[in-house]
Design a protein around this ligand. Structure first.
Ligand code: ZN
Length: 186
């Protein structure tokens, strides 16, 4: 996931990230972005290495979140980094906890496109860390938004799926269709 927040962009740049091992981003309409990903079964050095390289890609492109299929790996894991905090969740499951709110959202795999997208304000994500230990994460605001965006990726869902396909390729930012029978904050 990506936002238009340039302050966060410069923050990522300041970390002196190594970009050399960063896997190439998969860009829509690459078919790998439409696959439903498989659960991770092996918690080993290969998984840790994949996550390290995903962080390199995330920082190189100044994103807030990245899911494994965005680097061509159809496994259920994602990473996120907001300001100085980072998170990696393997085999995540999502529980919605709150109201919906709109915010403009981008995606590293859909460069240049923005959608005003309704997401839940607060979620609980249950998953595993890189050691294979189960963890519960209570996430709010931008963290919750990034988690919902990245878990969508693991199911082959992209931000373009939330708007009328006939308008998505037009210039401009479009508001997502109301998909949920819940209260939304406009
Ligand atoms: Zn994305």
């Amino acid at each position: 996931m990506k936002t238009t927040n340039t302050a966060l962009d410069s923050d990522a740049e300041d970390k002196g990230c190594k970009h050399s091992s960063a896997p190439t981003l998969k860009i829509y309409p690459d078919t790998v972005l439409r696959q439903r990903c498989e659960p991770v079964e092996q918690f080993n050095g290969e998984l840790t290495d994949l996550v390290d390289r995903m962080f390199a890609t995330l920082r190189k492109h100044h994103g807030l979140g990245l899911a494994a299929p965005q680097v061509g790996i159809t496994k259920r894991l994602f990473i996120a980094e907001i300001e100085d905090h980072s998170l990696c969740i393997v085999n995540p499951s999502l529980e919605l906890k709150s109201y919906y709110e709109y915010q403009i959202e981008g995606c590293l795999s859909l460069p240049g496109k923005l959608v005003d997208l309704s997401r839940n304000h607060q979620v609980e994500v249950t998953g595993y860390n890189l050691s294979g230990s189960k963890r519960h994460h209570q996430l709010k605001g931008m963290w919750a938004r990034v988690a919902q965006h990245e878990i969508d990726h693991l199911n082959g869902v992209l931000i373009r799926d939330y708007v009328d396909p006939e308008v998505f390729d037009l210039p401009g930012c479009f508001r997502s269709q109301t998909l949920f029978p819940f209260k939304t904050i406009l």
